[in-house]
Every structure is written in C-alpha cells, then in structure tokens.
Ligand binder design. Structure first.
Ligand code: AMP
Length: 502
C-alpha cells in the first residue's frame, strides 16, 4: 500500500487512492482529517495530534511543536521532557510520521510500505534530505519527496482536460511557510515554470502579530509583562490563533488575557487585524511579482489561481489576490487537504512492483528553487561562490565545469557545494563538502570535470571525470553539514522502533 503524506508545520495529512481511483484523505484514529504536528511526551510514550495540541497550554514543557521549522538544522535539539535526552528535528518528524502511518495502516487494514512526502518548494538540499531520512527512520520506503505546490497541481489535475493548455498559479500559505509556484499544464505534463517563497512566513506570523498587539495592550493596562508568566503566555498564544480563525468568519473578536492575577479583555477587529498583517501580505505580493516575471508571464495569461494552506482562509488573502491580479482564486478543494491528495496521486504513478497499474499518468517537470554552486579559490584567501546550476532550472538536471589540478600528482580536490544566489560565500548555504580522489601521477594543470546534479527529489549529487584520460571517477559522497550520517539514522531508527507512538 502506498500513501501520500503532507508533513506540515502545524498539521499533517495522509491520503491514498481509493478503489474508484480517486485520492481520498485517511482520517486519524481520533476521526480528524488532519493531525496537528504536535508531540506530547508522557511516561515514555509519544502522543501526537489533537490531544498533544490541547496539552500545549497546560503542559507546554512536555510538548514539541513547529518541528518543520528546524528540519535540516542538525544542531537544533528538542529536550525530551522528564529526561536528560534530546531529539533532533528528524527524529521528531519521524515520530509524527509514525503516528500518521500507523493510523493509516489501522484504517486501511494493510501495512504501508511506500510513501511520497511533500516539502515546500523552497526547501533546500539539507531540509529535503532530512525529510527523507525521517521517512526512512520509521521503516517505510520514501518513493519521492515532492514539492507541495506540485502536489497541489496534481490534486487538481484532470486528465480529461489535459489537452487544454493552462497556466496555474499556486499560492500556498501554511502555518510556517509561503510558496508561490507557477505551472503550465498541457498534454499530460505539468511543467513548473517558476517557484519562489519564504520559508519563514506563515499563519504563525499572523498569530504573533495578534499576540504582540494583545501583550502590549495588556502591559499598558496592567503594567505586567506577559513573558513573566509561562502559562499566561501559552494561553495568549492559543487565544491569538483562535482570534485569527474567528476573524475569518466574524468582523470582531474579544481576546481574554489573564496573567499574574489580572484579567483584561482586548478588542480586535478584522480591519485592525488586516493592518497588523499588512507587511506579510506585501511580502507575498512582492514574491508574486518576481515569480510571474521569472515565468515570463503576465497576470492576464494566468488561467487559475489555487489556494493551498490553512492561512489562505484569511479573507484578506483572496481579496488581495483578486485586487492585485484581477483573478478570483479557486477554492474547489479543501486547502488543508489538497497537498496530501496530490501526494497520493503522485505515489500512485510510481511503479513499485510488476503489478502496479497506471490508469492515469502525468509527466512532472519541476525546477530547483536555489542555485547550486561551488566555492573556489580566486587567489590566496580569496574565495568565490560560482553558480553552476542556476535557480529555476528544470530538474532532474546535471551541469559540469572543468577544474584544473594545481600540483603534479595531486591526490584530491576539495569541493564545497553551496545553495544560494550570491558570489560571496558568506551569503550562501554550504550544503557540505566532497573530496574528489584523483588517479595517480596526473601532471599539474590536468583538467577534471566536476558535475553536480539535482535528482528528481531535488537532492544534490557530485561526480567527476578525468578529462585527459577519459576516465570516469564516479560519484562522490557529500559530507553534509546539516544531515545525519547513515549510521546515525540506523541508531536513531532503533530508538524510534521501541518508542510507543499514539
Ligand atoms: P497548514 O500549515 O496548511 O496546516 O496551515 C495551518 C495554518 O492555517 C495555521 O497557522 C492556522 O492557524 C491557519 N488556519 C487554519 N484555519 C484557519 C482559518 N479558518 N482562518 C485563518 N487561518 C487559519
């Protein structure tokens, strides 16, 4: 059994292809169609989902949330409550995955062997690898890591209309990330024309804007600082999100703030909320402007705008998009479910055994969202980042550049591989390094072709060739600064297998 999983910052969802060939959400064991990506550790057991989310207020120290914001950051550790242990974001993601996979197995009555997991298009190599590692840590085969907007386009994909050329914009604003992607659908092909985003912009920032406003008002009225009271602080965070969601339906809301023995009621209107979040809306508009230009399109050439992610329910988002582009965004599918549905469609297209059948098939042509480069030395102590694969190149792709050995009988070339747009190494992300072992007895100034590539998951590989002697030197491992080693994954897998997850 294959499923598609949307591993979200705030909520996760899982879907499969039902017997009628349609993607369908698999509810969790509590009946929810999405599962809050929150972990509560209690008595050595991990509880994931609604129950854990409810415990955030009363037992904040026992909960782990916003894991996705830390994925690919190897040095970040979540403390395990009631112990001296810490887990990293890969393990925490694996716990969430274990819950959704276990529930899906119970609901479908079959073991799940293969999964497709979605990631924001803006995720870099480290974050993609870490997501894949999390899947592997729970013992399932990760068929593919696909971009959330591509999944959304797949969920809307209608083979009957595949012959009509359509330009589709996917505006995806979730809890923690924003992605804007422009795709062209034509002749059984989804081609990503351009993609951009901001990996730390989402509904969480809207909650924060309300939280900061209310915390300030509370201090003005009482002279008390909400930060002096952990419980009050968590309650206000929770109420800020409640207020935001209510303002989706209502025009005003009163936020109760109780802390350190004082209670204050703070009025919030939809108008004021819209003003508070204006800088975030402007930022998404700026990304829209840049991405449409990069796709080589004008707004009047766009056929459809799809809304994805819970935060697109905020009414000002649709009206801002309509005012800015002249297009009314479509809301045919639930913005919280569309990504998991598309991931299930993608999973169904991947052949896992001789019996897999294909009723529909679509070719996906995706692009990389970061330029890929190599740091080279431009003289003593002068280093420069040279871009080898420019951003928005179609993936999978491979590009090569020739480098020359400096000394006779040089044994290796040390490469630092980067993602980012700047020539200055200080302003790009170093993915890791690779040591290219050279054949013996090469004269100085021998040409070596270094090839770097993105595979279909957006993960980077390095290989090399001795040009003068036509010898393939093969693929070289990238020692990634931000990812776990194979041995670390195996060790952590053992710990995870013994952890009870509910
Ligand atoms: P996602 O990452 O797609 O699950 O989106 C989660 C985000 O959507 C969170 O920040 C939620 O607070 C937000 N959200 C969910 N429902 C609503 C709503 N009705 N109005 C505004 N924001 C919402």
């Amino acid at each position: 059994m294959k499923v598609g999983i949307d591993l979200g910052t705030t909520n996760s969802a899982v879907a499969y292809i039902n017997t009628s060939g349609k993607p369908e959400i698999i509810p969790n064991s509590e009946g929810g169609r999405t599962t809050p990506s929150v972990i509560l550790i209690e008595e050595g057991k991990a509880i994931v989902g609604e129950v854990a989310k409810e415990a955030v207020i009363s037992q904040f120290e026992d909960t782990i949330q916003f894991v996705k914001r830390q994925i690919g950051n190897k040095s970040f550790r979540f403390p395990i409550p009631g112990s001296d242990y810490f887990i990293d974001a890969v393990e925490a993601s694996a716990i969430i995955l274990k819950k959704v996979v276990k529930n899906a197995e119970e609901a479908l009555g079959e073991p799940i062997t293969d999964v497709v997991i979605t990631v924001p298009a803006y995720f870099d190599d480290a974050k993609r690898n870490a997501t894949k590692d999390a899947g592997e840590m729970i013992g399932v085969n990760v068929l593919k890591v696909i971009n959330e907007p591509t999944a959304a386009a797949l969920a809307y994909y209608d083979p009957e209309k595949a012959h009509i050329e359509q330009n589709i914009v996917i505006y995806d604003l979730g809890g923690g990330t924003f992605d804007l992607t422009i795709v062209r659908v034509h002749n059984y092909e989804i081609q990503v024309l351009a993609t951009d985003g901001d990996s730390s912009l989402g509904g969480f920032d809207f909650d924060n804007a309300i939280f900061n406003y209310a915390a300030e008002k509370f201090e003005e009225e009482t002279g008390l600082d909400i930060y002096d009271d952990e419980q009050g602080l968590q309650e206000l965070r929770e109420n800020a999100e409640k207020c935001k969601k209510s303002l989706t339906k209502r025009s005003k809301y009163t936020i109760p703030v109780t802390s350190q023995g004082k209670s204050v009621r703070i009025d919030m209107t939809r108008e004021l909320f819209n003003t508070l979040i204006e800088p975030f809306l402007k930022r998404t508009q700026q990304i829209m402007e840049e991405t449409i230009a990069e796709a080589g399109l004008a707004w009047n050439e766009v056929d459809k705008i799809l809304l994805v992610g819970g935060s697109t329910r905020t009414p000002i988002i649709s009206s801002m998009i309509k005012d800015y582009t002249g297009i009314e965004p479509s809301k045919e599918l639930n913005p919280d479910e569309v990504v998991a549905l598309g991931a299930a469609v993608q999973a169904s297209f991947i052949k896992t055994d001789a019996h897999s059948s294909h009723t529909r098939k679509v070719n996906i042509r995706d692009v990389n969202s970061h330029s890929l480069g190599i740091i080279s030395s431009e003289g003593v102590d002068v280093f420069m980042n040279s871009i080898i694969v420019p951003r928005n190149s179609e993936i999978p792709c491979e590009m090569a550049r020739e480098f020359f050995t400096i000394q006779e009988n040089q044994e290796e070339i040390f490469l630092q591989i980067t993602e980012g747009e700047d020539e200055d190494p200080n302003y790009v992300t170093i993915i890791g390094h690779s040591v290219i072992s050279l054949p013996e007895n090469l004269p100085a100034n021998s040409p070596i072709e270094i090839r770097i590539s993105y595979d279909q998951n957006g993960i980077v590989h390095v290989s090399a060739k001795d040009v003068r002697n036509y010898i393939e030197l093969g693929e070289f491992t990238i020692e990634r600064q931000s990812n776990l080693t194979h041995q670390e994954i195996q060790e952590k897998q053992q710990n995870l297998l013994s952890l009870e997850v509910e």
